[in-house]
Design a protein around this ligand. Structure first.
Ligand SMILES: [Zn+2]
Length: 324
């Protein structure tokens, strides 16, 4: 290889390594809570600062437009897509007015089976039953997937340890085993099944209000928030396709994007990605961190978890989101 060729090749490979990509940001909730053990919330003040920075320094796009641009090898510099998972009510009441004010588009991935439910998502229920100030029994005995477990629960520290252990264990269980454990936990806690209004998902009417302007588009997030990698192909297909169809029936327009529940590399498989493609979706996002570049698989898109921080810290984090 001639010297000039080598220089050109090295320059090209460095450029491809450092060429800035696009960033897909993941939010769950915009609100202020007494307890946020899973770090799902960003405060409204921080979210407003973050959206202003995106509007002023980036090219905010709808996720499906970002996917189309990626496939056409035409991603604008500093392209960003804002996404929310699960469909919490505060996406409408807190996040939407800020999105409207700043003109930043977003995609909200909704668990179709939770629309309008008075129940909380299971991870929130776990927190509600184990983290309150009320006195609870001295220990918690549960059968999970046929195995017996016991955690001391006298002190707040012990209850936190039990919640952390249970969250990890229950996220890997089948829906049936998980529900059985949660039912037993509910009886143990002495609390009612009905959830807190602060933790509920949107109703159908609220979802329609969120989607009507077109600034927010709705994506699929399964029927039951299942760990897709634990299901048969047939059950995965049901969760993906029925979840999207139920949303389309409500919205009267097609659902084109999807987020794998939990989204880590262990929570979905190449079969899952194939099923998402076969369902006619334009693309699907994970929670694996990374930037998006031309040539990425649209059914394995990485996302950055947006931190709950002020504008200055967010602006610094954002720079790394484009290049890593
Ligand atoms: Zn989710």
């Amino acid at each position: 290889m001639r010297g000039s060729d080598r220089v050109r090749k090295t320059t090209r490979s460095l450029w491809s390594r450092f060429k800035p990509g696009a960033a897909i940001l993941m939010y769950h909730r915009v609100t202020t809570l007494e307890a946020d053990p899973y770090r799902l919330t960003v405060s409204p003040a921080h979210f407003a600062q973050q959206m202003r920075i995106l509007a002023e320094t980036c090219v905010p796009m709808h996720l499906e437009d970002l996917i189309d641009a990626m496939l056409a090898n035409a991603l604008p510099r500093r392209a960003v897509a804002v996404t929310f998972d699960d469909g919490y009510l505060d996406n409408l009441t807190e996040a939407y007015p800020i999105l409207e004010r700043t003109g930043v588009p977003a995609t909200v991935f909704v668990v179709s089976g939770r629309m309008g439910s008075p129940l909380e998502f299971w991870w929130d229920d776990l927190e509600r039953m184990l983290m309150g100030e009320e006195r609870t029994p001295e220990d918690l005995q549960l059968t999970i997937g046929g195995e017996e477990y016991c955690w001391p629960t006298r002190t707040a520290e012990q209850r936190t340890a039990a919640r952390t252990a249970l969250h990890g264990m229950l996220s890997r269980q089948t829906a049936k085993h998980r529900q059985a454990a949660l039912d037993a936990l509910l009886a143990w806690s002495g609390k009612g099944a009905e959830g807190r209004p602060t933790h509920r998902a949107m109703s159908v009417g609220e979802l329609l209000r969120l989607a009507e302007s077109g600034l927010v588009r709705i994506g699929g997030h399964t029927v039951t928030h299942a760990v897709l990698s634990t299901l048969s192909a047939e059950d995965q297909r049901y969760e993906i396709e029925t979840g999207c169809r139920e949303l389309e029936d409500v919205l009267g327009k097609p659902v084109r994007t999807f987020a794998y529940p939990y989204g880590r590399a262990i929570d979905w498989t190449s079969d899952t990605a194939r099923l998402a493609r076969e369902a006619g979706l334009r693309g699907a996002v994970s929670t694996v961190p990374g930037s998006v570049e031309a040539g990425c698989d649209p059914y394995r898109l990485p996302r950055w978890a947006a931190p709950d921080c002020d504008g200055a810290s967010f602006a610094r984090a954002l720079e790394s989101f484009f290049v890593l």
